[in-house]
Design a protein around this ligand. Sequence first.
Ligand code: DON
Length: 565
Amino acid sequence: MRIASLLILVLFFACNSATPTKKGPPYPIQKQLVTDNAMVVTAHPLASEVGLEILKAGGNAVDAAIAVNFTLAVVYPRAGNIGGGGFMIVRDKDGKTEALDFREKAPKAAFRDMYLDNNGEVVEGLSRNGTLAVGVPGVVDGMVNAHKKFGKLPWHKLLEPAIKLAVGGFLITEQEADVFNEFQGAFKENNRHQPAIVNDADWQPNDQFIQKELARTLMLIKDKGVAGFYEGPTAKLIIEEMKASNGIITHDDLKSYESVWRTPVFFDYDEYRLVSMPPPSSGGITLAQMLAMVEPYDLKALGFQSSKSVHLMAEAERRAYADRAEHLGDADFYKVPQQKLVAEAYASQRMSNFSPQKAGKSEETVAGKFSESEETTHFSIVDKDGNAVSLTTTLNSNFGSKTVVKGAGFFLNNEMDDFSAKPGVPNQFGLVGNEANAVEPEKRMLSSMTPTIIEKNGELFMVVGTPGGSTIITSVFQVFLNVAEFGLPLKEAVHNKRFHHQWLPDKIFVEENTLSPEVVKELENLGHVVEKRDYIGRVEAILRLPNGKLEGVADDRGDDSASGY
Ligand code: DON
Protein backbone atom coordinates (compact mmCIF):
# COMPACT_ATOMS: atom_id res chain seq x y z
CA MET A 1 0.00 0.00 0.00
CA ARG A 2 1.49 3.39 -0.96
CA ILE A 3 1.12 6.46 1.25
CA ALA A 4 -1.64 7.74 -1.02
CA SER A 5 -3.61 4.54 -0.72
CA LEU A 6 -3.04 4.39 3.02
CA LEU A 7 -4.54 7.86 3.23
CA ILE A 8 -7.48 6.85 1.11
CA LEU A 9 -7.98 3.99 3.55
CA VAL A 10 -7.80 6.42 6.47
CA LEU A 11 -10.23 8.81 4.80
CA PHE A 12 -12.49 5.92 3.93
CA PHE A 13 -12.68 5.02 7.60
CA ALA A 14 -13.03 8.68 8.50
CA CYS A 15 -15.82 9.29 5.98
CA ASN A 16 -17.66 6.30 7.28
CA SER A 17 -17.50 7.45 10.86
CA ALA A 18 -21.12 8.63 10.70
CA THR A 19 -22.15 4.98 10.70
CA PRO A 20 -19.41 3.36 12.71
CA THR A 21 -19.52 -0.35 13.09
CA LYS A 22 -18.24 -0.11 16.68
CA LYS A 23 -16.99 -3.62 16.20
CA GLY A 24 -13.34 -4.56 16.34
CA PRO A 25 -10.40 -2.27 15.71
CA PRO A 26 -10.69 0.07 12.71
CA TYR A 27 -7.34 -1.17 11.33
CA PRO A 28 -5.79 -4.58 11.01
CA ILE A 29 -3.47 -5.19 13.95
CA GLN A 30 -0.64 -7.66 13.31
CA LYS A 31 1.01 -9.03 16.40
CA GLN A 32 3.50 -11.21 14.57
CA LEU A 33 4.93 -11.02 11.08
CA VAL A 34 7.81 -12.62 9.19
CA THR A 35 9.13 -10.78 6.13
CA ASP A 36 12.02 -10.99 3.66
CA ASN A 37 13.11 -7.36 3.55
CA ALA A 38 12.04 -4.87 6.15
CA MET A 39 10.04 -4.50 9.36
CA VAL A 40 8.43 -1.74 11.41
CA VAL A 41 6.92 -2.47 14.84
CA THR A 42 5.22 0.37 16.69
CA ALA A 43 2.48 1.04 19.22
CA HIS A 44 -0.03 1.98 16.51
CA PRO A 45 -0.97 0.22 13.25
CA LEU A 46 -1.19 3.51 11.31
CA ALA A 47 2.31 4.49 12.42
CA SER A 48 3.66 1.07 11.40
CA GLU A 49 2.04 1.48 7.98
CA VAL A 50 3.55 4.95 7.54
CA GLY A 51 6.99 3.54 8.38
CA LEU A 52 6.50 0.76 5.86
CA GLU A 53 5.47 3.16 3.11
CA ILE A 54 8.52 5.35 3.74
CA LEU A 55 10.73 2.27 3.43
CA LYS A 56 8.99 1.21 0.23
CA ALA A 57 9.40 4.73 -1.15
CA GLY A 58 13.18 4.34 -0.86
CA GLY A 59 13.68 5.74 2.63
CA ASN A 60 16.05 4.06 5.06
CA ALA A 61 15.37 2.99 8.66
CA VAL A 62 16.13 6.48 10.00
CA ASP A 63 13.78 8.14 7.48
CA ALA A 64 11.10 5.67 8.55
CA ALA A 65 11.83 6.37 12.23
CA ILE A 66 11.39 10.11 11.71
CA ALA A 67 8.09 9.66 9.87
CA VAL A 68 6.87 7.16 12.48
CA ASN A 69 7.83 9.50 15.29
CA PHE A 70 5.81 12.40 13.86
CA THR A 71 2.92 10.06 13.04
CA LEU A 72 2.83 8.75 16.61
CA ALA A 73 2.51 12.38 17.79
CA VAL A 74 -0.78 12.43 15.86
CA VAL A 75 -2.21 8.93 16.25
CA TYR A 76 -0.85 8.07 19.70
CA PRO A 77 -0.92 11.36 21.60
CA ARG A 78 -0.60 9.81 25.04
CA ALA A 79 3.10 9.17 24.37
CA GLY A 80 3.98 9.92 20.75
CA ASN A 81 4.98 13.54 20.77
CA ILE A 82 6.70 16.66 19.60
CA GLY A 83 6.58 18.19 23.08
CA GLY A 84 8.76 15.59 24.78
CA GLY A 85 12.05 13.81 24.26
CA GLY A 86 13.70 10.46 23.73
CA PHE A 87 16.64 8.37 22.61
CA MET A 88 17.57 6.54 19.44
CA ILE A 89 20.11 3.82 18.75
CA VAL A 90 21.08 3.37 15.12
CA ARG A 91 23.07 0.47 13.73
CA ASP A 92 23.87 0.86 10.06
CA LYS A 93 24.20 -1.99 7.61
CA ASP A 94 27.96 -2.10 8.19
CA GLY A 95 27.58 -2.45 11.93
CA LYS A 96 28.46 1.14 12.86
CA THR A 97 26.40 2.30 15.83
CA GLU A 98 25.34 5.71 17.13
CA ALA A 99 23.21 6.95 20.01
CA LEU A 100 21.14 10.10 19.68
CA ASP A 101 20.10 11.88 22.87
CA PHE A 102 17.10 14.17 22.37
CA ARG A 103 16.11 14.08 26.02
CA GLU A 104 14.47 17.19 27.48
CA LYS A 105 16.62 19.60 29.49
CA ALA A 106 15.81 21.54 32.63
CA PRO A 107 15.08 25.19 31.82
CA LYS A 108 17.87 27.66 32.67
CA ALA A 109 15.80 29.05 35.53
CA ALA A 110 15.43 25.61 37.14
CA PHE A 111 17.12 25.03 40.49
CA ARG A 112 17.75 22.18 42.84
CA ASP A 113 14.94 22.72 45.35
CA MET A 114 12.33 24.02 42.94
CA TYR A 115 9.81 21.35 43.91
CA LEU A 116 10.19 21.81 47.69
CA ASP A 117 8.11 24.00 50.04
CA ASN A 118 9.52 26.31 52.71
CA ASN A 119 9.96 23.38 55.07
CA GLY A 120 12.04 21.52 52.52
CA GLU A 121 9.29 19.01 51.76
CA VAL A 122 8.35 17.93 48.24
CA VAL A 123 5.13 19.65 47.11
CA GLU A 124 3.01 16.75 45.91
CA GLY A 125 2.40 16.89 42.16
CA LEU A 126 4.45 20.03 41.44
CA SER A 127 6.98 18.16 39.28
CA ARG A 128 4.19 16.28 37.49
CA ASN A 129 1.32 18.69 36.90
CA GLY A 130 1.20 22.05 35.21
CA THR A 131 3.86 23.79 33.16
CA LEU A 132 6.48 23.87 35.93
CA ALA A 133 6.80 20.13 35.25
CA VAL A 134 7.84 20.69 31.64
CA GLY A 135 11.38 20.08 30.40
CA VAL A 136 12.61 21.85 27.26
CA PRO A 137 11.38 19.52 24.47
CA GLY A 138 13.98 17.69 22.40
CA VAL A 139 12.11 15.65 19.79
CA VAL A 140 12.05 18.10 16.90
CA ASP A 141 15.74 18.94 17.19
CA GLY A 142 16.48 15.23 17.51
CA MET A 143 14.60 14.34 14.34
CA VAL A 144 16.25 17.15 12.37
CA ASN A 145 19.65 16.04 13.67
CA ALA A 146 18.97 12.40 12.74
CA HIS A 147 17.85 13.44 9.27
CA LYS A 148 20.98 15.55 8.70
CA LYS A 149 23.21 12.60 9.52
CA PHE A 150 21.33 9.67 7.99
CA GLY A 151 18.32 10.90 5.99
CA LYS A 152 17.88 9.81 2.38
CA LEU A 153 14.41 11.13 1.54
CA PRO A 154 13.67 14.87 1.64
CA TRP A 155 12.55 16.16 5.05
CA HIS A 156 9.11 17.28 3.89
CA LYS A 157 8.23 13.74 2.77
CA LEU A 158 8.74 12.52 6.34
CA LEU A 159 6.25 15.03 7.75
CA GLU A 160 3.54 14.64 5.13
CA PRO A 161 1.92 11.43 6.43
CA ALA A 162 1.58 12.86 9.95
CA ILE A 163 0.14 16.13 8.64
CA LYS A 164 -2.43 14.33 6.52
CA LEU A 165 -3.53 12.22 9.47
CA ALA A 166 -3.83 15.33 11.65
CA VAL A 167 -5.82 17.27 9.04
CA GLY A 168 -8.00 14.45 7.75
CA GLY A 169 -8.33 12.66 11.06
CA PHE A 170 -8.29 8.96 11.78
CA LEU A 171 -10.52 6.53 13.60
CA ILE A 172 -9.61 5.77 17.18
CA THR A 173 -9.48 2.26 18.57
CA GLU A 174 -11.37 1.11 21.64
CA GLN A 175 -8.24 1.36 23.81
CA GLU A 176 -7.64 4.92 22.64
CA ALA A 177 -11.26 5.88 23.29
CA ASP A 178 -10.94 4.50 26.82
CA VAL A 179 -7.70 6.37 27.50
CA PHE A 180 -9.06 9.63 26.03
CA ASN A 181 -12.14 9.31 28.26
CA GLU A 182 -10.13 8.47 31.36
CA PHE A 183 -8.19 11.72 31.08
CA GLN A 184 -11.00 14.16 30.18
CA GLY A 185 -11.01 15.63 33.69
CA ALA A 186 -7.23 16.13 33.64
CA PHE A 187 -7.41 17.76 30.19
CA LYS A 188 -10.05 20.21 31.39
CA GLU A 189 -8.15 20.95 34.56
CA ASN A 190 -4.82 21.62 32.82
CA ASN A 191 -5.98 23.70 29.86
CA ARG A 192 -7.36 27.21 29.57
CA HIS A 193 -8.85 26.32 26.17
CA GLN A 194 -10.61 23.33 24.64
CA PRO A 195 -8.02 21.13 22.91
CA ALA A 196 -9.22 18.74 20.18
CA ILE A 197 -8.99 15.80 22.57
CA VAL A 198 -11.63 17.27 24.89
CA ASN A 199 -15.01 15.81 24.04
CA ASP A 200 -18.08 16.54 26.10
CA ALA A 201 -19.68 13.30 25.02
CA ASP A 202 -17.60 10.18 25.69
CA TRP A 203 -15.22 9.14 22.93
CA GLN A 204 -16.39 5.97 21.21
CA PRO A 205 -14.33 3.39 19.34
CA ASN A 206 -14.16 4.35 15.65
CA ASP A 207 -14.79 8.04 16.34
CA GLN A 208 -12.81 10.33 14.07
CA PHE A 209 -10.05 12.41 15.68
CA ILE A 210 -9.01 15.57 13.80
CA GLN A 211 -6.20 17.86 15.05
CA LYS A 212 -6.06 21.04 12.95
CA GLU A 213 -3.80 23.02 15.28
CA LEU A 214 -1.31 20.17 15.50
CA ALA A 215 -1.37 19.95 11.70
CA ARG A 216 -0.41 23.63 11.48
CA THR A 217 2.52 23.11 13.84
CA LEU A 218 3.69 20.07 11.87
CA MET A 219 3.51 22.15 8.68
CA LEU A 220 5.77 24.76 10.26
CA ILE A 221 8.22 22.00 11.19
CA LYS A 222 7.97 20.63 7.66
CA ASP A 223 8.72 24.02 6.11
CA LYS A 224 11.23 25.42 8.58
CA GLY A 225 12.78 22.44 10.39
CA VAL A 226 14.12 23.30 13.85
CA ALA A 227 13.04 26.94 13.52
CA GLY A 228 9.45 25.77 12.93
CA PHE A 229 9.34 24.65 16.56
CA TYR A 230 11.98 26.44 18.62
CA GLU A 231 11.39 29.85 17.01
CA GLY A 232 8.54 31.78 15.39
CA PRO A 233 4.85 31.15 16.04
CA THR A 234 5.28 27.75 17.77
CA ALA A 235 7.87 29.10 20.22
CA LYS A 236 5.63 32.10 20.88
CA LEU A 237 2.69 29.84 21.71
CA ILE A 238 4.83 27.67 24.02
CA ILE A 239 6.00 30.74 25.92
CA GLU A 240 2.43 32.06 26.15
CA GLU A 241 1.47 28.71 27.68
CA MET A 242 4.29 29.09 30.23
CA LYS A 243 3.21 32.62 31.10
CA ALA A 244 -0.41 31.61 31.53
CA SER A 245 0.59 29.40 34.46
CA ASN A 246 3.74 28.75 36.47
CA GLY A 247 6.06 27.63 33.64
CA ILE A 248 9.65 28.88 33.44
CA ILE A 249 10.76 27.90 29.92
CA THR A 250 11.96 30.96 27.96
CA HIS A 251 12.67 31.72 24.29
CA ASP A 252 16.35 31.42 25.15
CA ASP A 253 15.77 27.87 26.51
CA LEU A 254 14.02 26.87 23.30
CA LYS A 255 16.60 28.42 21.00
CA SER A 256 19.55 26.90 22.79
CA TYR A 257 18.20 23.32 22.94
CA GLU A 258 20.51 20.86 21.18
CA SER A 259 20.24 17.11 20.77
CA VAL A 260 23.54 15.24 21.13
CA TRP A 261 25.20 12.24 19.43
CA ARG A 262 26.73 10.06 22.14
CA THR A 263 28.79 6.90 22.23
CA PRO A 264 26.45 4.01 22.97
CA VAL A 265 27.01 1.63 25.90
CA PHE A 266 28.41 -1.67 24.53
CA PHE A 267 28.67 -4.89 26.46
CA ASP A 268 28.92 -8.59 25.77
CA TYR A 269 26.82 -11.44 27.05
CA ASP A 270 27.97 -14.85 25.78
CA GLU A 271 28.07 -14.56 22.00
CA TYR A 272 25.88 -11.46 22.02
CA ARG A 273 26.92 -7.83 21.95
CA LEU A 274 24.34 -5.36 23.26
CA VAL A 275 24.33 -1.75 22.14
CA SER A 276 22.21 0.52 24.32
CA MET A 277 21.70 4.02 25.64
CA PRO A 278 24.31 5.77 27.81
CA PRO A 279 23.50 8.56 30.33
CA PRO A 280 21.36 10.56 30.67
CA SER A 281 19.55 7.25 30.38
CA SER A 282 20.24 4.67 33.04
CA GLY A 283 19.02 2.01 30.60
CA GLY A 284 22.27 0.80 29.04
CA ILE A 285 24.36 0.76 32.22
CA THR A 286 21.70 -0.83 34.41
CA LEU A 287 20.95 -3.48 31.76
CA ALA A 288 24.68 -4.21 31.45
CA GLN A 289 24.97 -4.57 35.22
CA MET A 290 22.02 -6.93 35.52
CA LEU A 291 23.19 -9.13 32.68
CA ALA A 292 26.74 -9.27 34.04
CA MET A 293 25.34 -10.34 37.42
CA VAL A 294 23.32 -13.26 36.02
CA GLU A 295 25.76 -14.35 33.28
CA PRO A 296 27.80 -16.75 35.47
CA TYR A 297 24.66 -18.77 36.32
CA ASP A 298 22.97 -21.39 34.17
CA LEU A 299 19.61 -19.67 33.92
CA LYS A 300 18.15 -22.23 31.58
CA ALA A 301 18.86 -25.01 34.07
CA LEU A 302 17.17 -22.96 36.80
CA GLY A 303 14.01 -22.91 34.63
CA PHE A 304 11.90 -20.21 32.97
CA GLN A 305 10.02 -18.21 35.62
CA SER A 306 10.86 -20.77 38.30
CA SER A 307 11.38 -19.45 41.81
CA LYS A 308 15.13 -20.04 41.37
CA SER A 309 15.51 -17.99 38.19
CA VAL A 310 13.10 -15.24 39.32
CA HIS A 311 14.96 -15.00 42.64
CA LEU A 312 18.33 -14.69 40.88
CA MET A 313 17.10 -12.12 38.38
CA ALA A 314 15.25 -10.10 41.05
CA GLU A 315 18.40 -10.01 43.21
CA ALA A 316 20.40 -8.72 40.23
CA GLU A 317 17.69 -6.11 39.61
CA ARG A 318 17.73 -5.05 43.28
CA ARG A 319 21.49 -4.45 43.22
CA ALA A 320 21.56 -2.65 39.87
CA TYR A 321 18.67 -0.33 40.78
CA ALA A 322 20.35 0.54 44.09
CA ASP A 323 23.38 1.66 42.07
CA ARG A 324 21.15 3.52 39.66
CA ALA A 325 19.70 5.60 42.50
CA GLU A 326 23.12 6.55 43.81
CA HIS A 327 25.38 6.83 40.80
CA LEU A 328 23.41 7.66 37.67
CA GLY A 329 22.51 11.05 36.29
CA ASP A 330 23.37 13.29 33.35
CA ALA A 331 27.07 12.63 32.75
CA ASP A 332 27.48 16.17 31.35
CA PHE A 333 26.86 17.39 34.92
CA TYR A 334 27.84 14.54 37.21
CA LYS A 335 30.78 12.16 37.07
CA VAL A 336 29.05 8.84 36.42
CA PRO A 337 31.42 5.93 37.19
CA GLN A 338 30.31 4.15 34.03
CA GLN A 339 33.34 1.89 33.48
CA LYS A 340 33.40 0.77 37.12
CA LEU A 341 29.69 -0.01 37.16
CA VAL A 342 29.74 -2.20 34.06
CA ALA A 343 32.99 -4.04 34.91
CA GLU A 344 32.59 -7.81 35.35
CA ALA A 345 34.62 -7.76 38.56
CA TYR A 346 32.18 -5.27 40.03
CA ALA A 347 29.22 -7.48 39.07
CA SER A 348 30.70 -10.47 40.87
CA GLN A 349 31.54 -8.33 43.88
CA ARG A 350 27.91 -7.11 43.95
CA MET A 351 26.65 -10.70 43.79
CA SER A 352 29.11 -12.04 46.36
CA ASN A 353 26.42 -11.89 49.05
CA PHE A 354 23.77 -13.49 46.84
CA SER A 355 22.21 -16.52 48.44
CA PRO A 356 20.03 -18.91 46.43
CA GLN A 357 18.26 -19.66 49.72
CA LYS A 358 17.40 -16.18 50.93
CA ALA A 359 16.07 -12.87 49.59
CA GLY A 360 18.24 -9.82 50.18
CA LYS A 361 16.81 -6.75 51.97
CA SER A 362 16.66 -3.32 50.41
CA GLU A 363 17.29 -0.78 53.10
CA GLU A 364 14.00 0.38 54.53
CA THR A 365 13.81 4.03 53.52
CA VAL A 366 10.79 5.52 51.82
CA ALA A 367 8.34 3.12 50.25
CA GLY A 368 7.55 4.18 46.70
CA LYS A 369 4.30 3.86 44.94
CA PHE A 370 3.51 3.39 41.30
CA SER A 371 1.34 5.66 39.29
CA GLU A 372 -1.28 3.91 37.20
CA SER A 373 -1.02 6.46 34.42
CA GLU A 374 2.37 5.81 32.95
CA GLU A 375 3.12 5.79 29.25
CA THR A 376 5.92 6.13 26.78
CA THR A 377 6.37 4.52 23.40
CA HIS A 378 9.01 2.48 21.64
CA PHE A 379 9.44 1.37 18.05
CA SER A 380 11.86 -0.88 16.22
CA ILE A 381 12.69 -0.69 12.52
CA VAL A 382 14.95 -2.64 10.13
CA ASP A 383 15.20 -1.65 6.47
CA LYS A 384 16.00 -3.78 3.41
CA ASP A 385 19.72 -3.01 3.65
CA GLY A 386 19.91 -4.08 7.28
CA ASN A 387 20.07 -0.61 8.84
CA ALA A 388 18.32 -0.75 12.21
CA VAL A 389 16.73 1.83 14.51
CA SER A 390 15.59 1.37 18.10
CA LEU A 391 13.79 4.47 19.39
CA THR A 392 11.99 5.22 22.65
CA THR A 393 10.25 8.54 23.19
CA THR A 394 8.05 9.95 25.91
CA LEU A 395 6.06 12.76 27.44
CA ASN A 396 6.71 10.89 30.75
CA SER A 397 3.18 10.34 32.15
CA ASN A 398 0.25 9.60 29.87
CA PHE A 399 -0.24 12.86 27.90
CA GLY A 400 2.68 14.37 29.88
CA SER A 401 1.62 17.46 31.80
CA LYS A 402 -1.86 17.10 30.19
CA THR A 403 -1.37 20.65 28.93
CA VAL A 404 -1.84 21.21 25.20
CA VAL A 405 -0.11 24.32 23.86
CA LYS A 406 -3.02 26.58 22.94
CA GLY A 407 -3.01 27.25 19.21
CA ALA A 408 -0.27 24.68 18.55
CA GLY A 409 -2.18 21.52 19.41
CA PHE A 410 0.49 19.37 21.09
CA PHE A 411 0.98 18.06 24.61
CA LEU A 412 3.86 19.26 26.77
CA ASN A 413 5.86 16.70 28.73
CA ASN A 414 6.15 16.46 32.53
CA GLU A 415 9.65 15.04 32.38
CA MET A 416 10.97 17.18 35.27
CA ASP A 417 9.53 14.49 37.57
CA ASP A 418 12.35 12.19 36.43
CA PHE A 419 14.78 14.34 38.42
CA SER A 420 15.19 13.52 42.07
CA ALA A 421 13.19 16.38 43.65
CA LYS A 422 14.73 15.52 47.03
CA PRO A 423 17.16 12.72 47.96
CA GLY A 424 15.30 9.55 48.89
CA VAL A 425 11.83 10.79 47.93
CA PRO A 426 10.37 8.57 45.21
CA ASN A 427 9.12 9.94 41.91
CA GLN A 428 5.98 8.66 40.15
CA PHE A 429 7.71 5.38 39.33
CA GLY A 430 8.79 4.86 42.93
CA LEU A 431 12.38 5.59 41.90
CA VAL A 432 14.60 7.38 44.36
CA GLY A 433 17.69 9.39 43.50
CA ASN A 434 20.38 11.51 44.94
CA GLU A 435 22.97 14.14 44.06
CA ALA A 436 23.70 12.52 40.68
CA ASN A 437 20.15 13.26 39.53
CA ALA A 438 19.42 16.53 41.38
CA VAL A 439 17.83 19.38 39.38
CA GLU A 440 20.30 21.80 37.78
CA PRO A 441 19.80 24.36 35.02
CA GLU A 442 20.16 22.79 31.56
CA LYS A 443 20.75 19.32 33.00
CA ARG A 444 18.95 16.30 31.55
CA MET A 445 16.83 14.26 33.95
CA LEU A 446 17.81 10.60 34.38
CA SER A 447 15.82 8.21 32.23
CA SER A 448 15.16 4.47 32.20
CA MET A 449 14.50 4.33 28.47
CA THR A 450 16.50 1.49 26.96
CA PRO A 451 16.37 1.40 23.17
CA THR A 452 18.68 -1.51 22.40
CA ILE A 453 20.16 -3.29 19.39
CA ILE A 454 21.74 -6.70 19.87
CA GLU A 455 24.30 -8.42 17.67
CA LYS A 456 25.05 -12.12 17.65
CA ASN A 457 28.52 -13.07 16.44
CA GLY A 458 28.84 -9.63 14.87
CA GLU A 459 25.55 -9.76 12.90
CA LEU A 460 22.32 -7.92 13.59
CA PHE A 461 20.24 -10.12 15.91
CA MET A 462 17.53 -8.16 17.69
CA VAL A 463 16.06 -4.67 17.91
CA VAL A 464 14.14 -4.15 21.15
CA GLY A 465 12.73 -1.61 23.58
CA THR A 466 9.64 -0.69 25.57
CA PRO A 467 7.84 1.96 27.62
CA GLY A 468 7.14 1.35 31.30
CA GLY A 469 9.03 3.90 33.42
CA SER A 470 11.24 2.09 35.89
CA THR A 471 10.18 -1.30 34.47
CA ILE A 472 11.69 -0.55 31.06
CA ILE A 473 15.12 -1.89 31.91
CA THR A 474 13.86 -5.07 33.55
CA SER A 475 11.50 -5.70 30.61
CA VAL A 476 14.35 -5.48 28.07
CA PHE A 477 16.46 -7.66 30.41
CA GLN A 478 13.75 -10.34 30.48
CA VAL A 479 12.85 -10.31 26.79
CA PHE A 480 16.52 -10.71 25.86
CA LEU A 481 17.02 -13.54 28.36
CA ASN A 482 13.75 -15.17 27.31
CA VAL A 483 15.22 -15.55 23.82
CA ALA A 484 18.95 -15.94 24.52
CA GLU A 485 18.81 -18.14 27.62
CA PHE A 486 15.37 -19.67 27.90
CA GLY A 487 15.07 -20.30 24.14
CA LEU A 488 11.54 -18.91 23.77
CA PRO A 489 10.26 -17.93 20.33
CA LEU A 490 10.09 -14.14 20.02
CA LYS A 491 6.31 -13.99 20.30
CA GLU A 492 6.30 -15.77 23.63
CA ALA A 493 9.37 -13.88 24.79
CA VAL A 494 7.46 -10.62 24.27
CA HIS A 495 3.90 -11.63 25.12
CA ASN A 496 4.74 -13.61 28.25
CA LYS A 497 4.00 -11.94 31.55
CA ARG A 498 6.84 -10.12 33.28
CA PHE A 499 8.11 -9.38 36.78
CA HIS A 500 10.11 -6.47 38.19
CA HIS A 501 12.27 -5.50 41.18
CA GLN A 502 13.73 -2.01 41.53
CA TRP A 503 15.45 -2.09 44.95
CA LEU A 504 12.89 0.24 46.50
CA PRO A 505 10.18 -0.59 47.24
CA ASP A 506 11.56 -3.97 48.31
CA LYS A 507 9.12 -6.11 46.34
CA ILE A 508 8.88 -8.26 43.27
CA PHE A 509 6.08 -6.80 41.16
CA VAL A 510 4.33 -9.27 38.87
CA GLU A 511 1.69 -9.00 36.21
CA GLU A 512 -1.44 -11.06 36.87
CA ASN A 513 -0.78 -14.78 36.21
CA THR A 514 2.97 -14.36 35.71
CA LEU A 515 4.01 -16.94 38.25
CA SER A 516 2.20 -20.01 39.48
CA PRO A 517 0.92 -19.93 43.10
CA GLU A 518 3.63 -22.49 43.97
CA VAL A 519 6.41 -20.28 42.60
CA VAL A 520 5.00 -17.27 44.50
CA LYS A 521 4.95 -19.33 47.70
CA GLU A 522 8.55 -20.45 47.15
CA LEU A 523 9.64 -16.85 46.59
CA GLU A 524 7.82 -15.76 49.74
CA ASN A 525 9.58 -18.55 51.64
CA LEU A 526 12.89 -17.07 50.46
CA GLY A 527 11.80 -13.76 52.01
CA HIS A 528 10.46 -11.90 48.97
CA VAL A 529 7.31 -9.84 48.96
CA VAL A 530 5.42 -10.52 45.70
CA GLU A 531 2.83 -7.97 44.61
CA LYS A 532 0.51 -7.91 41.61
CA ARG A 533 0.40 -4.85 39.38
CA ASP A 534 -0.96 -3.95 35.97
CA TYR A 535 0.91 -4.17 32.67
CA ILE A 536 4.68 -4.19 32.71
CA GLY A 537 5.98 -2.71 29.46
CA ARG A 538 4.84 -2.81 25.83
CA VAL A 539 7.74 -4.33 23.96
CA GLU A 540 8.24 -3.93 20.20
CA ALA A 541 10.90 -6.31 18.93
CA ILE A 542 12.44 -7.49 15.69
CA LEU A 543 14.53 -10.64 15.41
CA ARG A 544 16.75 -11.56 12.49
CA LEU A 545 16.09 -15.26 11.98
CA PRO A 546 18.85 -17.72 11.03
CA ASN A 547 17.48 -17.81 7.44
CA GLY A 548 17.91 -14.04 7.16
CA LYS A 549 14.19 -13.22 7.36
CA LEU A 550 12.91 -10.69 9.85
CA GLU A 551 10.40 -11.55 12.55
CA GLY A 552 8.50 -8.63 14.06
CA VAL A 553 6.49 -9.02 17.25
CA ALA A 554 4.23 -6.32 18.64
CA ASP A 555 3.22 -6.50 22.28
CA ASP A 556 -0.27 -7.84 22.98
CA ARG A 557 -0.69 -5.39 25.87
CA GLY A 558 -2.07 -2.73 23.47
CA ASP A 559 -2.94 -1.95 19.83
CA ASP A 560 0.72 -2.42 18.88
CA SER A 561 1.21 -3.75 15.38
CA ALA A 562 3.93 -4.92 12.97
CA SER A 563 4.15 -4.01 9.28
CA GLY A 564 6.73 -5.16 6.78
CA TYR A 565 7.48 -6.54 3.36
O1 DON B 1 12.51 8.53 30.89
C1 DON B 1 11.95 7.76 31.66
O2 DON B 1 12.49 6.82 32.19
C2 DON B 1 10.48 7.97 31.93
N1 DON B 1 10.12 9.34 31.74
C3 DON B 1 9.71 7.06 31.04
C4 DON B 1 8.25 7.13 31.30
C5 DON B 1 7.55 5.92 30.88
O3 DON B 1 8.10 4.99 30.36
C6 DON B 1 6.13 5.88 31.17
N2 DON B 1 5.56 4.70 30.61
N3 DON B 1 5.07 3.79 30.60
